[in-house]
Design a protein around this ligand. Structure first.
Ligand SMILES: O=P(O)(O)OC[C@H]1O[C@@H](O)[C@H](O)[C@@H](O)[C@@H]1O
Length: 282
């Protein structure tokens, strides 16, 4: 099948399916511009989407790649992870060629966002699929007359058969803020990160790619523009407290997020900022 783009309903909401080369595909919803599925040519789903996720816009969809902006997590006065996860985005570009398909969705400030955050902005989220990879790019445009500050993330939920069998390489030597341990700042001394308990870390100023080794679901992960990498798994107890996760959900996911979480970004009036995350099946 030639690469292309189809309008579909996914769990009852409008979405786009990108057909990539060699049987690959991805789904992105207009709600939150959230990538909800990525299937590689081997037929495997690479993203985690909770079977109890809610799709009515009352809360963010649990899984895939939520877009966090203009605030990461609860590090500020705004709702957790910002304002755009439950917004309807518009499709502003779509194209495909022999070896790729690409869509861009966008959203901008309105009365509801300005009531909470008094700034004018436009966000564009571009998803491109090729045979063995997806690229996600978040573009932030300051359309107002004053500089603003923001934090942001592509909050990627990677699927794991069993998270206890996963090892994440590439973070050695970086400092991280350990949100699961009183926000202590710790230097990573291990060559691989194993998930053996609740994990909620912001690795700072990461310039190397990571390798997620997980049996035959291994992935290369790379980012540009985003300075930090967040690694999150709620483990048993915190997962049990999440209404939209099944009891064993923690076992089948690991969030490896491209983020500007601890490094606040400043954007002058009229300027644009770009952050990207690339996932490659290896
Ligand atoms: O439940 P939410 O709002 O999707 O957030 C999930 C998690 O997102 C992670 O990025 C944060 O580091 C965690 O602290 C947080 O719990």
């Amino acid at each position: 099948m030639k690469p292309g783009i189809e309008e579909i309903e996914f769990h009852g909401i409008p979405a786009l399916r990108l057909i990539g080369p060699q049987g690959s595909s991805a789904v992105i919803s207009r709600l939150g511009a959230q990538v909800l599925s990525w299937i590689t040519p081997d037929g495997r789903e690479r993203l985690y989407l909770s079977p109890q996720a809610v799709f009515d816009g009352s809360v963010a969809i649990r899984g895939g790649v939520p877009v966090c902006f203009p605030q990461f997590s609860d590090r500020g006065e705004l709702p957790k992870h910002g304002l755009v996860r439950t917004r309807e985005w518009q499709v502003s570009a779509r194209r495909s060629g022999d070896d790729y398909a690409l869509v861009t969705l966008e959203t901008s400030d309105d009365e509801a966002t300005r009531a909470l955050w008094p700034h004018a902005f436009r966000l564009e989220l571009t998803l491109m699929i090729e045979a063995d990879r997806i690229d996600l790019e978040l573009c932030v445009v300051n359309t107002g007359a004053r500089e603003f500050e923001f934090t942001a993330a592509l909050h990627t939920y990677l699927r794991a058969i069993q998270v206890e069998d996963v090892a994440l390489e590439g973070l050695h030597g970086h400092d991280y803020r350990d949100a699961a341990n009183g926000d202590k700042v710790v230097r990573e001394t291990g060559t691989e990160l194993l998930v053996e308990a609740e994990t909620d870390r912001v690795y700072r100023q990461v310039r190397r790619p990571q390798l997620l080794r997980a049996g035959n679901l291994s992935l290369g992960i790379q980012q540009q523009g985003f300075p930090d990498v967040v690694v999150w798994n709620p483990w048993v107890e915190k997962c049990a407290a999440l209404a939209d996760m099944p009891a064993d959900g923690w076992r089948h996911m690991l969030c490896v997020e491209a983020a500007a979480a601890d490094t606040v970004q400043q954007l002058a009036a009229g300027d644009e900022w770009y952050g990207r995350q690339t996932l490659v099946a290896v």
